[in-house]
Design a protein around this ligand. Structure first.
Ligand code: ADP
Ligand code: F6P
Length: 318
């Protein structure tokens, strides 16, 4: 009988549980034995691998986080460590592994395939930074979390006629910032895809307030600037009272939206079917409304998705 394992790796994302459940149910329905690996590649190397039954994944579809837990485990870059991980699976006659995570986790999966493990990846990251797919699990929930927070910040910013600089996650990808800036009618967007500079921000805010706007929300992707220091700088340069809010890890939690659950369940089913069909070294995704799968290397080298329409939409509608 075929045996498969599932793990979650890298930063967690709402919807990972729904994806684990879907892979497990798809496989169990075909009489395949399913194992959960705890703590990502770390747990794999340490042999933290436990068999699922049908009820292991019950009551998980609505839960944020990952019940398999996750980890960042830099030791996994080492080929000898990868070999130990492959042996842990082979010792249990587990031939296949589904990895739910981001690009780093997919590279780990690709490495494992060199040791004869059948691997399939499911994109799970709030950053939405995988260009081969239009969406990854968790992004929609994170954007909704940001939108809810900014709606609240708008209330207080408007009462006090302030500027509020809101830092959101995304690593090197501006999708969370871009989507939430559009959805909240923010007044300024700073993301890796826009040419951010302090000077341009200050000039824009000065223009906004001289045009009669009484408060402003600036949405900014992390790592572009230091928000608290920037708030002081903006206030000093413009005379506009300015505050900074770093939304941080709140963006990684919470019950997944219906969109993310649907994505997770669909990706999970596809991943399970690919395993059954003997396909390896592929990652699943969604492109132009179609569920797809591509070789890991092709997916990781996909051309950068065009974000210009969204950025222009923000600029003309803000
Ligand atoms: P994400 O999967 O969200 O991009 P990371 O980049 O932190 O998150 O990667 C998650 C884990 O995947 C790493 O901690 C490491 O264990 C493994 N990993 C990342 N890159 C590689 C690589 N090039 N080779 C082998 N394993 C990797
Ligand atoms: O990749 C997801 C993410 O939340 C990024 O947006 C962020 O830069 C990073 O992970 C934070 O990592 P950690 O949880 O290790 O602090």
């Amino acid at each position: 009988m075929k045996k498969i394992a599932i793990l979650t790796s890298g930063g967690d994302a709402p919807g990972m549980n729904a994806a684990i459940r879907s892979v497990a149910r798809t496989a169990l329905a075909k009489g395949i034995q399913v194992y959960g690996v705890s703590y990502g590649y770390k747990g794999l190397v340490e042999g933290d691998i436990n068999e699922f039954d049908r009820f292991t994944v019950s009551e998980k579809i609505d839960k944020g986080g990952t019940f398999l837990r996750s980890a960042r485990y830099p030791e996994f870059f080492d080929t000898e460590v990868q070999q130990v991980a492959a042996k842990q699976l082979k010792d249990r006659d587990i031939s296949s592994l589904v990895v739910i995570g981001g690009d780093g986790s997919f590279k780990g999966a690709e490495a494992l395939s060199q040791f004869g493990i059948q691997v399939i990846g499911i994109p799970g990251t709030i950053d939405n930074d995988l260009d081969y797919t239009d969406y990854s699990i968790g992004f929609d929930t994170a954007v909704n979390t940001v939108v809810e927070a900014i709606d609240k910040l708008r209330d207080t910013s408007s009462s006090h006629q302030r500027c509020n600089i809101v830092e959101v996650m995304g690593r090197n990808c501006g999708d969370i910032a871009i989507r939430s800036a559009i959805a909240t009618g923010a007044k300024y967007l700073a993301s890796p895809e826009t040419n951010y500079s302090r000077e341009a921000l200050v000039a824009d805010l000065q223009q906004q307030f001289s045009d009669g706007i009484r408060y402003s929300i600036v949405v900014m992707t992390e790592h572009l600037d230091e928000p608290y220091e920037l708030a002081k700088y903006v206030q000093y340069q413009t005379g506009i009272e300015t505050r900074a809010t770093i939304l941080g890890h709140v963006q990684r939690g919470g019950s997944p939206t219906a969109f993310d659950r649907h994505l997770a369940v669909s990706f999970g089913r596809l991943a399970g079917e690919l395993i059954i069909d003997g396909i390896s070294n592929h990652i699943v995704g969604i492109k132009d409304g179609q569920f797809i799968h591509v070789p890991i290397t092709e997916g990781l080298n996909a051309p950068v998705r065009d974000r210009q329409f969204d950025i222009t939409t923000f600029n003309v509608t803000r």
